[in-house]
Design a protein around this ligand. Structure first.
Ligand SMILES: Nc1ncnc2c1ncn2[C@@H]1O[C@H](COP(=O)(O)OP(=O)(O)OP(=O)(O)O)[C@@H](O)[C@H]1O
Length: 658
């Protein structure tokens, strides 16, 4: 059905001026008669005139013959003039095998090209123009995202800074692994930056806690001076009971968390190699085969005995956590942010392990069961009167789901739980949670997965915008457009009936996604809603009806289901056609698919609002913008594309075949 070339040039250009080929298109135009030899116009071709030619063509790119036709010159002369613009750097050319060469202003090309990475090593900053998500994932392992809206031309894009904490928490086996990842992102090597990173890495490996064979906890420093200067300065008698040697000291067991925090604040995060409680045994085997990156998570955890699985939503952190519970084999307390999640955890435990349902307890506002595997909410667990939760069983593992939601009382309780295994789960890079010190010192270091593998498995997605150029349904529609003018033209392009089939196709291709279809004209909204049998919300829809439809759209899940019974008068509302009223202020967080069927002439703000409607920070949302090919919508779509691309949103173009 589609031509997924993604190439702006591969559209409906039908002439074939591949360099030396004869100019068939120009031959049809008397002004382009080769005999006239009127080349002055072309010789003087300025960037402005080229822009005018593009505007006249209503396309973002033009072939030499199109430019010749617009300028009334020969194709050869236009080609020379374009070549001069190319030499000056004002215009770029795109040469695609078997397609005509097309030309476009250089600054457009820059926007459409791949990401650009610029490093400022002395500031330890990296700016990336339109980073791919792969690059973002890599950077998020060792750098801190500061800003995504640079203002300086040339430095537009994502600004990352590498702080010492970022290096400390980078999920690599050794500094070499981190440096290799850094080099894979940066345009070249920066020795000073690498030296600084290695230095920071070393700092995070100068102090270590371990369990002495007689059972007590020892702090070990890499050198006498570290023990003498750093440890002695930042730790006191409450922390350390007595020196054991020049580089070792006996740690007060109740002060383990405080020791880690004090040294972290002094710039020396501590490695924690203590033996931990395994807890009373619990009988659980995993029944699901782990994916290999999940295996890596679990193995790394078992090695480190604590840590945080960081992975995108749906990447299988919960299942990896269940595998971890099974591997440790001890009674486990699972803390979650909400009652709903507690229920979901229970379901997942039953689905992926052999745990006896009678061994699972739920502990929240409604139910208070303490069993070998207990799932409690942060809210209840943080209350003093529910302290029993922590003390009444011998937990071997505390699992903190959505670790960025951990509350202050839970952090202070966790300081007392240092003898147990601690596992955090988070879809947000820990350094962006606002409590990175606590998570690092009280739970553990982030544990990374092999991102290549995650990408390959399709677990890392981001909102995407795809512009789909839809052809006219037939000659008649095309002619009607050609002979109309002004507002009527715009309306005809917006209402191109071929868009209805395209919408039908897109909805079918994403049948499990909640979808919003945005339109500008009421007639069109009605036509689409009728054709698809789905509700249409416009300014004329009474408020109570709107609210009811939005509510049903919000509440019903299509997850895993089919887009069944579109339009049936049941409870299931998973598709809505929405006019402008739907644009402002409605909160439809579960919209996963937006189709902008018309309204391209609208403001930029509107464009990005529509895109934003479906762009949840963690979700994978798709936005399709339909533009009628060969109409002014094409250019509007291009403009919007550039605007979104500047915001770091990945935009793709596709030509829908006739
Ligand atoms: N190894 C696996 N084999 C088969 N299915 C899996 C596996 N791991 C996870 N899944 C399935 O993938 C879905 C998402 O997994 P899971 O809930 O563990 O992800 P998550 O990272 O915890 O997601 P979230 O961040 O949204 O809580 C679930 O339906 C789960 O059953």
């Amino acid at each position: 059905m589609t031509d997924d070339s993604g190439d702006p040039a591969a559209g409906d250009a039908s002439d074939s001026d591949t360099g030396d080929a004869p100019d068939s298109a120009a031959g049809n135009d008397s002004r382009a008669d080769p005999d006239s030899q009127d080349n002055d116009a072309a010789e003087e071709l300025s960037l402005d005139r080229f822009h005018e030619a593009l505007e006249a063509e209503e396309r973002p790119v033009a072939t030499a013959s199109e430019v010749a036709r617009r300028l009334g010159t020969t194709q050869a002369a236009a080609r020379d003039a374009l070549a001069a613009l190319v030499d000056r750097g004002d215009v770029d050319r795109l040469d695609v095998e078997s397609d005509p060469i097309v030309f476009y202003p250089t600054d457009w090309g820059r926007l459409a090209t791949r990401e650009r990475v610029v490093a400022f090593p002395s500031r330890r900053e990296i700016v990336v123009d339109r980073p791919t998500q792969f690059t973002r994932a890599r950077l998020s392992q060792f750098a801190h995202l500061v800003d995504t809206t640079g203002t300086e031309p040339g430095t537009r894009g994502y600004l990352y800074r590498i702080r010492q904490e970022d290096v400390w928490a980078a999920p690599f086996e050794d500094a070499d692994g981190l440096i290799a990842s850094l080099r894979s992102v940066l345009p070249r090597r920066f020795d000073h930056l690498e030296d600084w990173i290695r230095d920071q890495w070393r700092r995070a490996h100068r102090f270590r806690l371990y369990t002495h064979e007689d059972g007590y906890v020892v702090l070990q420093a890499a050198s006498e001076s570290l023990m003498g200067n750093v440890a002695d300065q930042h730790l006191d008698d409450d922390h350390l009971r007595a020196p054991i040697s020049e580089t070792e000291a006996w740690v007060n067991e109740d002060a383990v968390a405080a020791v880690k925090r004090a040294l972290y604040d002094a710039g020396y995060p501590v490695e924690d190699d203590r033996d931990l409680d395994v807890g009373d045994p619990v009988d659980i085997d995993l029944t699901t085969d782990l994916r290999s990156y999940q295996e890596t998570w679990v193995e790394t955890f078992l090695d480190a005995r604590s840590g945080v699985y960081v992975g995108p939503p749906g990447s299988g952190k919960t299942v990896a956590a269940i595998a971890t519970i099974a591997a440790i084999g001890g009674e486990t307390l699972i803390l979650v942010p909400s009652r709903e999640l507690a229920g979901q955890w229970r379901e997942e435990l039953l689905e992926h392990s052999t745990v006896d349902p009678a061994d699972i307890g739920l502990y929240h506002g409604g139910q208070k069961e303490i069993r070998p595997v207990t799932i409690a909410t942060y809210q209840i667990a943080g209350m003093d009167r529910h302290r029993a939760l922590f003390d009444s069983r011998k937990w071997g593992l505390i699992c903190f789901d959505e670790a960025h939601h951990i509350t202050a009382p839970i952090f202070s309780r966790s300081a007392e739980l240092q003898a147990k295994h601690r596992l955090g789960l988070s879809a947000t890079p820990v350094r962006e949670t606002g409590s990175e010190e606590e998570i690092y010192t009280l739970i553990g270091r982030p544990i990374g997965a092999d991102w290549d593998e995650l990408f390959e498995a399709g677990f890392v997605q981001e909102p995407e915008v795809e512009i789909r150029y839809v052809p006219w349904r037939d000659e008649m529609a095309r002619n009607e457009y050609a002979s109309a003018d002004g507002r009527e033209r715009r309306r005809l392009a917006a209402e191109n009936p071929a868009k209805i089939e395209e919408i039908r196709y897109l909805l079918a291709a994403h049948r499990d996604k909640k979808a919003l279809v945005f339109i500008e004209y009421l007639d069109q909204g009605e036509a689409i809603a009728d054709a698809l049998g789905v509700p249409f919300i416009s300014g004329e829809t009474p408020h109570h009806e709107r609210a009811e439809l939005f509510r049903r759209f919000r509440e019903e899940g299509t997850e895993g289901g089919e887009r069944e019974g579109i339009g049936a008068d049941g409870d299931d509302v998973d598709t809505l056609v929405v006019s402008r009223v739907g644009d402002e202020g409605i909160d439809l967080p579960n919209a996963e698919l937006a189709i902008v069927a018309s309204g391209l002439g609208g403001s930029r703000r509107q464009g990005s609002q529509r895109a934003g409607r479906t762009m949840r920070p963690t979700g994978s949302a798709l936005v399709y913008v339909l533009a009628t090919r060969g109409s002014s919508e094409e250019e509007f779509a291009q403009r919007q594309m550039r605007h979104l691309a500047r915001k770091g949103i990945r935009v793709r173009e596709t030509n829908v075949a006739e």
